[in-house]
Design a protein around this ligand. Structure first.
Ligand code: GAL
Length: 383
């Protein structure tokens, strides 16, 4: 199956001018000297982290469908959030003769040997949503503006607490509001971007004392939740309630970077009693990310305050466009060539925009766009 993609690699700057001249002298996008491969002859390996979160199921399916629609063969694999499994699956894709790899890494630093093998076999690699770190063999990155996601999460927390009004202007509210901070998995590059965007936004209010963190846990290492797991988040929230709130202090808000984590936090808060079951009853304001249906239903019921909607249909579409460009020997369009230094190089990236969804935004952003149906929102179950 594996073909030689001299032109694709040249377009990505992976081989030098001499090699390019040697293959017939065509530039990127030129047909001169290139083998013309039919999409049907080409195999694309798509490696996704886990099926425990519905977003990755939707991502995998949308990438697979988009590539198949363009005629490519696709090998889609999920790694069950197990790092060695993901490594083996990618090794197998390379052995099978994959012509391009699209990878959403579990641990962004654990795939160096696979990426070396891919480079040796001249297989281009696209990092999907999460940046693969510490390897120069990452050719392109498709993702969202991850720093901005963090800004949106923190802004939404401030709005939920009443520190900002609906238009984002500061109100007269001085607090102090008690908040706790959660971060994602430290081995996921995105977790750091979300955290930095959120903390830059919250810092002035922490400095002024409008917000306080009674647990004192304000470092990402203290706030991180390994593998973004709901149960781990629930346990940390329970521990925080015991250690920092047993004197009757009330928690007002929680920065949460992902809906699974948010649901763990909410379960802990509802379990302790004294917080009610909805925000109107006294449940703290909890943010989120991914517009997972379980959380969208909770937002609709006034239990979770907000989420960040990253339209995975658009991300998958962009990954398909970039894959096609690379395989056609064209240089993919990047709209960010500065932000994503993976430790070995700055990876050219295409960033998509995200939106904050609170109760009022469910209909215009999620239902009207066909992301979820009204029935799904009502039941909290994807159909
Ligand atoms: C991040 C991703 C988030 C969320 C999280 C947990 O890498 O950007 O949208 O899905 O993983 O899966």
């Amino acid at each position: 199956m594996k073909k030689t993609y001299t032109h694709a690699l040249a377009a990505l700057g992976l081989i030098g001018a001499l090699a390019l001249a040697g293959c017939g002298g065509g530039g990127a996008g030129s047909a001169g000297g290139a083998k013309s491969e039919k999409p049907g002859d080409l195999l694309i390996g798509v490696s996704m982290p886990t099926q425990t979160s519905e977003r990755w199921i939707a991502d995998g399916k949308a990438v697979e469908d988009g590539l198949k629609k363009d005629g490519y063969q696709v090998d889609l694999q999920y790694a069950g959030d197990d790092i060695p499994t993901q490594g083996q699956q990618i090794d197998q894709m390379i052995t099978k003769g994959a012509d391009l790899l699209v990878i959403a890494a579990i641990d962004g630093t654990a795939l160096s040997s696979q990426l070396d093998a891919a480079a040796a076999a001249h297989i281009p690699v696209i990092s999907y949503d999460r940046l693969i770190r510490d390897s120069k063999n990452v050719d392109f990155y498709v993702t969202f503006d991850n720093y901005k996601v963090g800004v949106q999460q923190a802004t939404s927390l401030l709005k939920g607490l009443g520190v900002l009004d609906a238009s984002g202007k500061e109100t007269a509210a001085k607090g102090p509001f008690n908040v706790e901070l959660f971060a994602g998995s430290l081995d996921d590059n995105n977790a750091h971007f979300f955290w930095n965007g959120a903390m830059d936004t919250l810092k002035p209010y922490l400095d002024k004392g409008v917000l306080t963190v009674p647990s004192g846990q304000t470092k990402i290492e203290q706030a991180a939740i390994l593998r973004w797991q709901q149960e781990t988040a629930q346990k940390r929230m329970e521990d925080l309630l015991t250690s920092a709130y047993s004197d009757g202090k009330k928690l007002n808000g929680v920065l949460s970077p992902f809906d699974g984590i948010s649901r763990g936090i909410i379960t802990a808060l509802q379990g302790t009693g004294g917080y009610g079951t909805t925000i109107a009853d006294g449940l703290p304001v909890v943010t989120g990310q991914d517009a997972e249906i379980g959380s969208v239903a909770l937002i609709d019921q006034g239990v979770q305050y907000s989420t960040i909607f990253k339209d995975t249909r658009k991300l998958a579409k962009q990954a398909v466009i970039v894959s096609k460009d690379i395989l056609d020997g064209k240089k993919p369009e990047a709209n960010d060539t500065k932000s994503y230094d993976n430790g070995a190089k700055v990876v050219p990236s295409y960033l998509l925009q995200s939106d904050t969804v609170d109760k009022a935004q469910i209909k215009p952003l999620l239902i009207d766009s066909g992301y979820w149906t009204e029935a799904e929102v009502a039941s909290g179950v994807a159909q």
